[in-house]
Ligand binder design. Structure first.
Ligand code: AMP
Ligand code: MG
Length: 408
């Protein structure tokens, strides 16, 4: 991979390197539609019927045959068609049919004239406009043709897909089982929330961020808690995760501090690469294979852990889960204030994107230290600054990436 003289690995190389090794690992099952919300489709879905299933009216008005309108005389209303109650009577020459939105148009209808373009005198209807053939008729199959592909395998089912599938009468769908992901935090200094802190302790916060993001991805999370910097306990936790999950995500212990046993253990248990990524925040990162499960080792610094998960682990887990992944849109915005930046790493600074009088504007959330939580919690976007870019002056255009699903 593309290590340069800095010894730092570009983000895109790290991503490509990981994705090339990963494959979907989740079996499929058939679930009733309401239970499939949040799951990933295991197969393409073809429509079993045409939508709409019959020619119907797009307006409240009158169904007409154009030949009856020649001469401009009023037409006599022959009867009424409602949604769910088609008109089934005779339709003699010189007549029209009162029709409501969604009602099937009677056979022979050339157009529907909206009621605002007519005048009714009892059942004598005068037409104030000349209809165009086909006007206000929604044709059978106009939205979806029978047999057409409507959703691709790999689509995660959201509120947007549920009514579409229901409109096709699909009562159950083939979906992948959720990816099972074990997580733990490493560090002697970490204490669980809800317990008192001794001097030198901090609360384990990363696990709650990682759990929230896994939840957003629809993964099943096996939370193994906090594991101290102790080789025996770490080894037991790695082996448990490897037995029970498809992937393991840890935070902390992948830098080169003295208490970082993870490297040693992982090299013994599996094939793990320890990378120094050319991104900020988030330099140290580990990726590889335990005997059964994939391993992702995130940096301990809280903001680094969140950003590396979002940028690197998310696409990797999506691939394992069989889910199609699309990166969030990147936009251009005006820097409303100067931004500090040293060349050397690709920065994901945390910014606040707003709509200014001349378009999108972005400001920094302040300190970009990877231990400063508020830099993330106050932000609504990344300010993405290329590796070789130096400081940015106010008024320059920068690339921003509004936070995607995981961080919302
Ligand atoms: P490490 O990567 O283990 O060297 O940790 C780097 C920094 O992140 C240290 O200041 C740790 O105390 C902190 N840290 C590590 N894990 C966590 C965690 N789970 N929650 C909050 N801070 C952490
Ligand atoms: Mg540590």
């Amino acid at each position: 991979m593309g290590l340069d003289t800095s010894g730092l690995l570009p983000l895109s190389d790290a991503l490509q390197g990981m994705l090339a090794q990963l494959d979907g690992c989740c079996d499929s099952e058939q679930l009733p539609l309401p239970e499939a919300l949040g799951r990933v489709l295991a197969m393409d879905i073809a429509s079993p019927l045409s939508v709409p299933p019959f020619d119907n009216s797009a307006m409240d008005g009158y169904a007409v045959r154009l030949a009856d309108l020649v001469g401009g005389a009023p037409l006599i209303m022959a009867g009424k068609a409602f949604a769910g109650q088609p008109y089934q009577g005779e339709w003699p020459a010189g007549h029209c049919v009162r029709i409501m939105t969604g009602a099937p148009v009677p056979a022979g209808t050339d157009a529907v004239v909206m009621q605002e373009e007519t005048q009714a005198d009892g059942d004598r209807i005068t037409f104030l406009t000349t209809p165009v053939p086909g006007q206000n008729i929604r044709r059978r199959g106009e939205d979806i043709r029978e047999g057409a592909s409507v959703l691709a395998a790999g689509t995660r089912l959201t509120a947007r897909e549920m009514p579409l599938l229901a409109s096709l009468g699909i009562a159950s769908v083939p979906v992948r089982r959720p990816l099972k992901v074990a997580i733990f935090s490493t560090g002697d200094e970490l204490k669980p929330i809800g317990t008192p802190l001794a001097h030198g302790d901090i609360y384990d916060s990363n696990r709650y961020g990682v759990r929230a993001m896994l939840d957003r991805m629809g993964c099943d999370c096996l939370d193994l808690g906090i594991i101290p910097d102790d080789p025996a306990q770490l080894r037991a936790a790695f082996l448990k995760a490897d037995r029970e999950a498809d992937a393991l995500i840890t935070t902390g212990g992948v830098s080169v501090g003295e208490a970082d046993f993870t490297k040693q253990l992982l090299e013994e248990l599996g094939e793990i690469g320890f990378w120094k990524l050319a991104i900020k925040p988030g330099k140290p990162f580990a990726f590889g294979r335990l005997p059964h499960a994939w391993f992702f080792g995130l940096p301990g610094n809280p903001v680094s852990a969140m950003v590396t998960f979002d940028q690197l682990v998310q696409p990797a887990l999506a691939k394992l889960a069989g889910q199609r992944f699309e990166r969030p849109l990147q936009l251009q915005a005006i820097a409303a204030e100067p931004l500090k930046k040293a060349p050397g790493r690709l920065d994901f600074q945390r910014g606040i994107l707003t709509q200014g009088p001349n378009g999108l504007e972005v400001r920094s959330t302040g300190s970009q230290d990877s231990a400063v939580f508020s830099s993330l919690s106050r932000a609504n976007c990344y300010i993405v600054l290329e590796r070789e870019q130096g400081r940015v002056a106010a008024g320059e255009t920068v690339t921003v990436e509004p936070f995607g699903g995981l961080l919302l």
